[in-house]
Design a protein around this ligand. Structure first.
Ligand SMILES: *Cc1c(COP(=O)(O)O)cnc(C)c1O
Length: 425
């Protein structure tokens, strides 16, 4: 090649020769000029991935400890998922639900059997699953519970993250998420997370649902006390209110179980799944509940052009099979104590507090030492990809297939960065 000055290391491994890779700085300049700044990415341009590792355009390898906010639970370039997707790409990819497609029923059957519910409603993104859950709960409230029309209310938790639509940000407590986007959708009441008494106090005759994350992800991996969900379940039973568990991030293996709710034995009325359900290949989400709940939605009342498409169903069914039959949950269970022990060793050494469940950890960096962003930038320099959340917290959520050696390697790097910062380097 003659003019390689501005090109990446090579385009042979997967790059499209018609679109030669550009250097990190040039890519960032172009992205910054030609895309909205709704994200502030760390300065790394990923070109390829395999397992828990990614390679950037400069040829440097990084251990991916974010895993696409858990959308990449099964690792990059997962051969089983790729095979399922490739096979389906060669058959049919989109039919719309004006017709049946032959991948739909197998996916619906597998997912509902996996979580022990009767029916599912497929959508694409997590936010759409949440929106669907809200619509189902409201309609259930009017048709089944008998709430006067237009008055249905849903109780949600402070510090929640359920997505980015106008209705969902209406009950966010994060000024970045809701500020400037009003007018807001009414019908929600926010109570403190992990406070079952507050849930009970917020419920009245118009309440149709309690919507909560079994573990709050974006808030910094907040694990509520073990009696919280069981008590909320009791309250919902007593008050004839649906319990909706947003398992978009906590579900599908992240905590070592199919559903984070399993840790406390709680069975919600409605599950919301997303992220990992698409195997990191395409957006796939679903609302899963029994027929007495999902049955309130009849033809023409809700839908999605892409929801339940054959490619999504083929990948989603493979995700279900992998969770059911594969080694993923077991790997999480084996590595969870390693992660928990090691992050707790950081406490007092530049970290104020740390907690984890499964392969999911939140580490609060001492703000006097560094911001979460600074820590992430330093870790990037050492080949570990993580993301800060809410200022001084970093969240670790490596792919469920990570090895113990790789996990320890990443945690060694975290320890090094904290030591550097403490030494003033
Ligand atoms: C990510 C997330 C969502 C939204 O999912 P999108 O696919 O980004 O719309 C909803 N709920 C929870 C708990 C999430 O973590």
């Amino acid at each position: 090649m003659s003019n390689t000055r501005d090109l990446g290391p090579d385009t042979a491994h997967g790059g499209d020769p018609a679109e030669p890779a550009v250097s990190t700085s040039r890519h960032i300049e172009l992205a910054s000029t030609h895309s909205a700044h709704n994200y502030d990415p760390l300065p790394v341009v990923i070109a390829e991935g395999s397992g828990a590792w990614v390679t950037d355009v400069e040829g440097r390898r990084h251990l991916d400890c974010l895993a696409g906010y858990s959308a990449m639970n099964f690792g990059h370039h997962n051969p089983e998922l790729l095979e399922a997707a490739h096979r389906q790409l060669d058959r049919v990819t989109l039919t719309s639900r004006a017709f049946y497609n032959d991948r739909f029923a197998p996916f619906a059957t597998a997912l509902t059997e996996l979580v022990g519910k009767e029916q599912m409603l497929p959508m694409n993104t997590g936010a759409e699953a949440v929106e669907t859950g809200i619509k189902v709960a409201r309609k259930w409230g009017y048709e089944v519970k008998g709430v006067p029309d237009g008055q249905a209310r849903i109780v949600v938790a402070g510090g929640n993250f359920h997505g980015r639509t106008t209705t969902i940000i209406s009950f966010s407590e994060d000024p970045e998420a809701f500020g400037g986007f009003g007018p807001y959708t009414p019908g929600f009441r926010v109570v403190p997370y992990a406070d079952a008494d507050a849930v009970a106090a917020a419920i009245d005759d118009t309440t149709v649902a309690v919507l909560i994350e079994p573990v709050q992800g974006e808030a910094g991996v907040i694990v509520p006390p073990p009696d919280y969900l069981p008590r909320v379940r009791e309250i919902c039973d007593r008050e004839n209110v649906l319990l909706i568990a947003d398992e978009v991030q906590s579900g599908l293996g992240r905590t070592g179980t199919v559903r984070a709710c399993e840790h406390t034995g709680v069975v919600p009325d409605v599950y919301l799944f997303g992220k990992a359900l698409g195997g990191g290949i395409l957006p796939v989400s679903a609302v899963v509940a029994d027929a007495d709940v999902l049955g309130v939605i009849r033809p023409g009342q809700h839908g999605s052009t892409f929801g339940g498409n054959p490619l999504a169903c083929a990948v989603g069914a493979t995700v279900v099979r992998m969770l059911r039959d594969g080694p993923y949950l077991e790997n999480v269970r084996q590595l969870a104590p390693v992660l928990d022990t090691r992050i707790k060793e950081f406490v007092g050494n530049g970290v104020v507090s740390a907690r984890s469940i499964g392969l999911w950890a939140g580490i609060d960096v001492d703000p006097a030492l560094a911001t979460g962003r600074e820590l992430c930038e330093r870790l990037l320099g050492k080949g570990v990809l993580v993301k800060d959340t809410h200022g001084s917290t970093i969240r670790l959520s490596p792919p469920l297939i990570i090895t113990e050696d790789d996990l320890n390697w990443a945690l060694d790097r975290v320890g090094e960065v904290l030591a550097d910062l403490r030494a003033g380097n």
